[in-house]
Design a protein around this ligand. Structure first.
Ligand SMILES: Nc1ncnc2c1ncn2[C@@H]1O[C@H](COP(=O)(O)OP(=O)(O)OP(=O)(O)O)[C@@H](O)[C@H]1O
Ligand SMILES: [Mg+2]
Length: 285
């Protein structure tokens, strides 16, 4: 429990509200976002915005919410309309952008949800992306916590969703490729520190089945702080098979319990020092 009043801790340790989950394909990013959402909704009275920034768009199933429009639908519409628009029409279009963004925002009584969608147009359209990104950043200001389900890299999040996040969470399964991808993501984030401006970055190991000891040296090689471990959980497998939202996962499910601990640790604002992975043996009991 924090011994400092919330307002004071916010001022002392600002930020800590935008997380982006990245990692190798299939490592468990979407499952982690779903379980983090479950914990936050059950334990914290905070306004939560979830953003599905992965073109495969799986988060909606995990949350049990079906999006009708994506940010990409809006991008396509702007591009289409801008092509035939004169100067003043273009200005009007730019002004109505925030409003258009609301059309893609799903608001449930518990959380809000924005799906980026799958870009279909070729080409960069940087001005449109910049417009949309700043619209999303403004929208995000209305929330206490924003969690982004990303794809493998963070570049797309930074370009299209929001320039910087406070806590990049890199997920890996217990595989060398997963850990290598995690290291690459970390390197990109670190080499663009001025852009990403994170306060804390760390690794979550997912689908752990007791091989931690063997993998210790590889985990250390990533150079990442370890945020925590999530065990292989048959409940998660079952929920996925039956397309049931992870928000309904039983409270005593091992994966949910582990994710709850990770979130609590991450938000121990009065003790913000990173949990560095000790080099001493005995880390993994
Ligand atoms: N701890 C776990 N225990 C059991 N199954 C899990 C666990 N975590 C994830 N899974 C399963 O692994 C598969 C991949 O998980 P998930 O979709 O969350 O990964 P992802 O990184 O988001 O994938 P993608 O890159 O395709 O978006 C899913 O079938 C999910 O149910
Ligand atoms: Mg996913």
């Amino acid at each position: 429990m924090s011994f400092l009043p919330t307002k004071l801790t916010r001022r002392l340790f600002p930020g800590h509200k935008r997380s982006a989950v990245c990692g190798k394909g299939g490592s468990g990013k979407t499952a982690l976002v779903g379980l983090l959402a479950k914990y936050i909704l059950g334990h914290e009275k905070k306004r939560l915005l979830l953003i599905d920034a992965d073109p495969t768009m799986n988060l909606s199933m995990v949350l049990g919410v079906k999006p009708e429009k994506t940010v990409n639908d809006i991008r396509e519409r702007i591009i289409r309309e801008a092509r035939s628009a004169g100067r003043s029409e273009k200005e009007n279009l730019a002004r109505s952008l925030d409003y258009m963004l609301f059309e893609a925002l799903i608001e449930t009584d518990r959380f809000s949800f924005l799906v980026m969608g799958r870009p279909e147009s070729l080409g960069c359209y940087c001005p449109v992306n910049d417009f949309l990104r700043s619209g999303i950043e403004t929208l995000a200001e209305n929330y206490d916590i924003v969690i982004i389900d990303g794809e493998a890299g963070v570049e797309q999040i930074s370009r299209q969703v929001m320039k910087s996040v406070d806590i990049p969470i890199i997920v890996s399964d217990i595989s060398n490729r997963g850990l290598q991808t995690a290291t690459l993501i970390k390197d990109v984030i670190q080499s663009h520190h001025k852009i990403f401006k994170y306060t804390r970055m760390g690794l979550v190991l997912n689908r752990v089945r007791g091989q931690e000891k063997e993998l210790e040296q590889y985990i250390l090689k990533t150079g990442l702080e370890v945020f925590g471990f999530i065990p292989e959980d048959p409940d998660v497998t079952r929920f996925d098979l039956y397309a049931r939202p992870l928000l309904e996962l039983p409270e005593d499910s091992p994966a949910y319990q582990a994710v709850s601990r990770i979130w609590v640790e991450l938000n121990a604002e009065h003790f913000p020092g990173p949990m560095r992975l000790p080099s001493a043996p005995g880390l993994f009991p």
